[in-house]
Design a protein around this ligand. Structure first.
Ligand code: SAM
Length: 285
């Protein structure tokens, strides 16, 4: 008998056979480059159940049958979206943001010799990272912000996260994670139980869906790429391919920044590692 990944939903019990789990893992790998752990079947079941409910598909078996038929692109998209892990917070890891303001961005502007800047948040999730950057720009480069010289492109594989990013609406809990109270006051408007970003901030962020495993041709040349806490989901080969494509997009004076716990060690990508105080960035070689 095949081992089953199980979860209990309401009164009914939902199971996923080993071959179903493998089918879903392959689909997610092929479509999003994401490697789902084979021993996290319970997580896959829980996330699939959400799609069953959201699309009123009745049962997990019906969802799997539709997926296997390949007829319903919308279901495939919803499953891919549901399999993404979107954990994020404002000013994540803290130290990169003052270093960006005081050292990295001034260095880029000096090396370029111009006063325009294009930043790409390549796994923006629900928007806390691009809005943190927009605040850094407003606070430290007010003239550039006023004159519309800074463009922040926020992309993510997940359409639901990009929708949230565009909306810029955050719960009390979300704004309590990493956002200093004075910035909440200055850049957000309370609305019911939520806080919504002011237009001055939202207008700096251009949010769109983009799959990092696909073509980057829709993007302009960029000065700074924030590729934080996303490479962990990919195989070494996929990481290399993505990093190579990003290199062709980065201007020679630009930098790539990864998440606080990530590095390019062992990937042989040809980027040069540079430290600005505690913050590590990579220059295209
Ligand atoms: C853990 S979040 C990181 C958010 C933010 N960068 C941070 O550090 O707080 C990872 C994000 O990567 C996105 N992602 C996963 N695979 C992707 C892919 N192939 N292309 C683009 N985004 C992807 C997920 O949808 C998710 O929102």
């Amino acid at each position: 008998m095949q081992p089953k990944a199980t979860s209990t939903v309401g009164a009914s019990r939902a199971d996923l056979s080993a071959s179903d789990l493998e089918f879903v893992r392959k689909l997610i790998r092929d479509r999003g480059g994401i490697e789902l752990d084979a021993d996290k079947g319970y997580l896959v079941v829980a996330r699939l159940q959400k799609v069953v409910s959201a699309l009123s598909l009745g049962t997990l078996d019906q969802l799997l049958a539709e997926l296997r038929s390949g007829r319903r692109r919308d279901i495939e998209e919803a499953v891919l979206d549901a399999m993404t892990t979107n954990e994020t917070l404002f000013f994540r890891d803290s130290h990169p943001f003052p270093t960006l303001a005081e050292k990295i961005i001034p260095q880029i502007l000096a090396d370029k010799g111009t006063d325009d800047l294009t930043i790409w948040c390549a796994a923006a999730s629900s928007g806390q990272e691009p809005y943190s950057l927009a605040i850094v720009i407003q606070e430290n480069f007010a003239r550039l912000a006023r004159e519309g010289k800074v463009r922040i492109i926020a992309t993510d594989l997940s359409p639901s996260m990009i929708e949230r990013c565009r909306e810029g609406r955050y719960s009390r809990f979300e704004v309590s994670r990493g956002l200093p109270p004075e910035y909440l006051e200055r850049y957000f408007v309370p609305d019911g139980n939520d806080y919504v970003v002011k237009d001055s901030l939202r207008s700096m962020v251009d949010a769109r869906t983009l799959n990092l495993t696909g073509s980057l041709a829709s993007l302009p040349r960029v000065d700074l790429v924030m590729l934080r806490n996303v490479l962990i989901y990919f195989s070494a080969q996929t990481k290399k391919e993505i990093l190579n494509r990003i290199r062709t997009l980065l201007r020679p004076e630009g930098y790539l920044m990864l998440g606080g716990a990530e590095s390019l060690v062992g990937l042989d990508t040809g980027y040069e590692r540079i430290s600005f105080d505690r913050t590590v960035v990579y220059r295209p070689g």
